[in-house]
Design a protein around this ligand. Structure first.
Ligand SMILES: Nc1ncnc2c1ncn2[C@@H]1O[C@H](COP(=O)(O)OP(=O)(O)OP(=O)(O)O)[C@@H](O)[C@H]1O
Ligand SMILES: [Mg+2]
Length: 402
């Protein structure tokens, strides 16, 4: 097979020069002059349309000079390498041309051999450089953040969806949401999406699992957030196993910076697989005693699963709901510091669900949105508050937990 020809654009204001260079090239079948330009402006325009491998650029042209054109072309068309042509005595110009991105230079008058050698050398260097830059990148290692609680109706889906959208907006990162509340998942509802396919469809095709397959089952929310929806019908939940979920999460972390997993309030095989795969588990608590008792139990189970204490964090939701307990009392009882505290704000939160718009979008200035933004910041900075030493026990809770 014949190798591809090196395509050259000649930019020089003197017609005779362009002709001479063209003639020199005729003796070299591996090089072809595909276009000519008499001004820098014309060179830029033609470079954009013909995409030459090499541009021979005269420094001194009427109007824009060759150095400015070199700067513009190197920024916009990295596939076109520029060789500067100058007459003797323009040393300072040459230095500037190289700084502007020129790859080599020729001093007029030059011989055919000098010209061909310069073109071939720059071309070969560019090919080498391109090969290096298209080496496969190591796959993305996104973080899996699971929102969990042992109790229903506590705010998991509210926090999972708003955190996902806040992360994407704030940090400009790609976020995937997996609705692993396999029986009654409502992430799509919270985001006002009408999915065409769900995780149950993906699992039917699990033998062919790869990023492209997963992508075909995702429902986009916006450019940066996409959802893998829960099955349409509760009975389909049984078709999805822990190992399916582990495989899906492992692949999804190569596609997204963050994968947020919304869950059902239970400890089963599927849930354990998710918790194991997670980098971070956000256990959602509220301030009523039954919930705190459950959260405490949940933290004990996670400890028995040998999760590092840094992996499990507690988020307090509806912090100021009535009941007479202070957040610090809840922290003391749980022997932890809340990573985030979301106030109760029924008007904003329920209103946002009913409209299918996350409150971080519809009401970014409210305290509850600000709390989610600050949680998102903690996630991206990785600066989670350290677990606190036990602080002693509040009387009310002492009775409960001994
Ligand atoms: N901070 C808050 N202030 C006021 N209402 C809230 C707050 N957080 C959640 N809610 C409301 O509580 C209800 C339950 O929230 P959500 O559906 O997020 O909980 P969940 O833990 O996902 O529940 P389930 O276990 O059923 O999936 C919703 O109506 C939601 O609007
Ligand atoms: Mg939910």
């Amino acid at each position: 097979m014949m190798a591809e020809k090196i395509k050259v654009l000649i930019a020089d204001d003197i017609e005779a020069t362009r002709e001479n260079i063209g003639k020199l090239m005729e003796f070299h079948p591996e090089i072809t002059a595909i276009a000519e330009a008499a001004t820098a402006e014309e060179a830029i325009e033609k470079a954009k349309s013909v995409r030459p491998d090499i541009i021979l650029m005269d420094i001194n042209m009427p109007g824009m000079d060759g150095i400015t054109a070199t700067e513009l072309i190197s920024a916009e068309l990295p596939g076109s390498a520029i060789i500067i042509m100058s007459v003797q005595g323009e040393q300072e110009y040459l230095r500037r041309a190289m700084l502007a991105g020129a790859k080599n230079y020729l001093v007029k008058p030059f011989t055919g051999d000098e010209l061909v050698q310069a073109i071939k050398q720059v071309y070969a260097n560019e090919q080498k450089r391109r090969k290096v830059s298209v080496l496969p990148k190591p796959p993305m290692q996104g973080k899996i953040i699971t929102v969990f609680s042992t109790k229903g109706g506590i705010g998991k889906t509210t926090i999972a969806t708003n955190l996902a959208v806040a992360l994407a907006d704030q940090a400009g990162v790609k976020v995937g949401i997996v609705d692993a509340d396999l029986q009654f998942g409502d992430v799509s509802l919270f985001l006002n999406l009408l999915p065409q396919a769900t995780i149950a469809d993906l699992v039917r095709d699990i033998d062919n699992l790869d990023p492209a397959l997963i992508a075909s089952y995702l429902t986009p929310y916006n450019d940066n957030v996409a959802v893998l929806p829960a099955p349409f019908r509760p009975e389909q939940a049984d078709t999805i196993s822990g190992s399916h979920l582990a495989a899906i999460l492992k692949t999804m972390r190569t596609m997204f910076d963050y994968v947020i997993v919304d869950t059902a309030p239970m400890f089963n095989d599927a849930m354990l697989a998710i918790l194991d795969a997670s980098d971070q588990i956000l256990v959602i608590s509220s301030m009523d005693l039954p919930t705190i008792k459950n959260v405490k139990l949940c933290l004990e189970i996670m400890e028995s699963l040998n999760y590092q204490s840094d992996k499990v964090k507690v988020v307090l939701n509806r912090a100021d709901s009535v009941g007479g307990m202070e957040p610090t009392e809840a922290e003391e009882s749980l022997h932890c510091t809340f990573t985030a505290t979301l106030p109760s704000d029924g008007k904003t939160v329920v209103g946002s669900v009913n409209r299918g718009i996350p409150f971080v979008v519809s009401s970014p200035d409210t305290d509850v949105s600000q709390a989610v933004f600050s949680l998102a910041k903690t996630v991206t900075s990785g600066e989670w508050k350290k677990k606190q030493q036990p602080l002693g026990v509040v009387g009310k809770l002492k009775r409960l937990f001994g």
